[in-house]
Design a protein around this ligand. Sequence first.
Ligand code: FES
Length: 119
Amino acid sequence: MAKVTFKSALHQDKSSYAVAGSHKQTILQLARENHIPIDFGCENGECGTCLVKVTTLDQTRPMGGPLNPRETAVLKEMGKISQSQIDQMLVDDIPPSPWRLACQMILRDEDVLVEYPSE
Ligand code: FES
């Protein structure tokens, strides 16, 4: 079972457990279920409002697969990933940077720290 810790400068840290093996629960869904105030808009990987920083705490290779095309395009437009990182992602088959869209990242069976903006 994945332990997900949400962290923000303005809120107390909170840990929650993602459903093991659901393969469809996103960071944003888990946050909303636990009243974590991550901003969001489209919920479809198009607006970038739900930008978060995700760090794997297991000291292992991140389990998430490559970003989907919408998330890739938005993160590139926001300057959070470069074209060379995108090219490398397609070779390595892992996310290229800690920046993710909470509405697009599916939680895997790994412990992660999710840092979200505090405005
Ligand atoms: Fe719009 Fe996540 S809510 S990209």
